[in-house]
Every structure is written in C-alpha cells, then in structure tokens.
Design a protein around this ligand. Sequence first.
Ligand code: DHB
Length: 313
Amino acid sequence: MKKIDTSTSINGIKLPLCIMNASGALCSTNKELSNLLNSSSGGVVTKSCTYKSRKGNVLPRYFEWDLGSINSMGLPNYGIDFYLNFLEKKTIDKPIFLSISGLSEEENYFLIQKANQSSKVTAIELNLSCPNLIEKENMLGYDFDKISNFIENIFKFNKKPLGIKLPPYFQDIHIKNVASILNQFPIFFITCINSLPNGLFIDTNKESVVIRPKGGFGGIGGAIIKPFALANIHKFYTYLRKDIPIIGCGGISSGKDIFEHILCGASAVQIGTQFMKEGVSIFKRLKKELIFILEKKNYSSLNSFKGKLKNFQ
Ligand code: DHB
C-alpha cells in the first residue's frame, strides 16, 4: 500500500500534519498552549491577543449544542507579552501562528511590530473578524473601504509571514472585492472563515437566550456553518492569486469534513468547536479518518485533490 502524506506547506511553512486548532479554542492559557505543543496537531494557533490583558465579556459566554456553538467571549486574553514570553521559554517543533486582534489599526501595527521581534513566532494570523466586542461594533473584515489602506501600511514595515483571518462573506461580489484587495499585497495566507456573527440560540424550555453578553447574540461555529466555510474557501480559491494558500476553518468534526475543505481549495485546516468538545486527542482521530478516505480514493497526498471540486455532472 502507498504511504499517505497528510503533511502540508503553507507558502513554505512546513506543517507535519495539515490539521491544527482554530484561534480561540483551548489556546489561551499556559496549560492549554502546552497541551497543544505536546499534541500531534500540525501547528499551534494562539488566542487572539491585544496589547493589554483583557477579562472579556461576562459569563456565561460560550454554549454548545449538537449542531454548533455560540460564543461572545469578548477577546479575553493575557496580552501579547504573555504569549511571546510563553513561546520564548519553550522548545518548539512545529509552526506557531500568533493570532493578533488589536482594538484599533494603530494597536495592530504595534502588535505586528512586537511579533516581528520574536524568533518563536513562525507567522502572524491577523484577525480582522472578531464579532463580539461591546466597545467596537464594526469589524475591519467588513469595512471594504478601510482594508486596503490598513494592509498597505502593514507591509511598509512587516517582515514576518503574515496571514489574514477573514469573516464569512455572503455575496460573490464581496469575496471578489476582498480577494482583489488582498491580491495586491504579499499576504502569506488567508484563514477563512471566522464564526458567523450575531447568531442567536434559544433554550425553548426557559424561553431564554443561552449566553449573557449582548442580549444572547454571538458568533456561531461548528457543524452548522460548514456550507458557508466551504463556499468562502472555494470562492477565495477562485479569486485569490494562486500563491496565496487558504487555511480552511468552519464546521470540521470528521476526516470527511477535512477532505471537503481541501477539495474546495484549503491547504490546511483549523478546528474550533469540535476541538473544544474533544480536546487534543482530536488531531489523531481526524488524521486517521482523513487517511482512511484517501486510501479508499487512492490519493497519496493533499495535492492530488486540492481545489479540484467538480461542477455538477
Ligand atoms: C473572539 C471571537 C472571535 O470570533 C474572534 O475572532 C476573536 C475573538 C472573542 O469573542 O473573544
């Protein structure tokens, strides 16, 4: 039997396995990050950080049901220095993606400059899509007029591989516009999609919302968002420059889901809600399930089918 290769490369960054955690899921504390470093994930993504440490929104702020999850965390994190100091102390054998989510454009420039100085950060994942901030309702990912100028400023000084985490888009023209902006810059990768913003989950018995912040509204993740993730990945794969890889995120809980993300054009994938449910043992399970599918289909690597989704026939 042929050896099946589930490793991948994000623009030259080698991941021993194409599966990693999504930012936000079990990647905030010393313990969580140590667990991820010791796991068989192909890379580690850190919780989106700000300059100062933040407590985040009031509890309860996360809820999951069989088809998905809703969260309004409000960017709780220990501040960028905590994450950089944590990494400094560790021996690291896989790529580290430092997620940053400054509260203003200026804060993002500062965070990127700091990240540039750390040899332990393989790449920056710049988050343009946090939907849960009480103090800041708009997100840059939906502000088409501002994105271009913002990214242009970043590449005046940035020296590290830098990718962008995008929110989901629901119109073809929006993806075309964002892709044509990103195509003008040396973007290292994109990650799509973040949670679907402003969803509402209801407890019918209690006739109530299930999380406290913002009247119960929050970002939706998990199985229920997979069709939107696949659509965004496939459209970006069509419109982006071919040398900008896509990290797929959204609705993955099985090897079959990973196969579909890659078929749409993803070069690697991230797991959020299902990683919250299962913990670090998920990476081995998903790898096994993915290999099982590739064996059946007689594919020896991701490149055999990446982006090759067929039209209806
Ligand atoms: C949070 C949620 C997100 O979807 C995100 O991208 C960043 C932060 C949060 O609420 O903490």
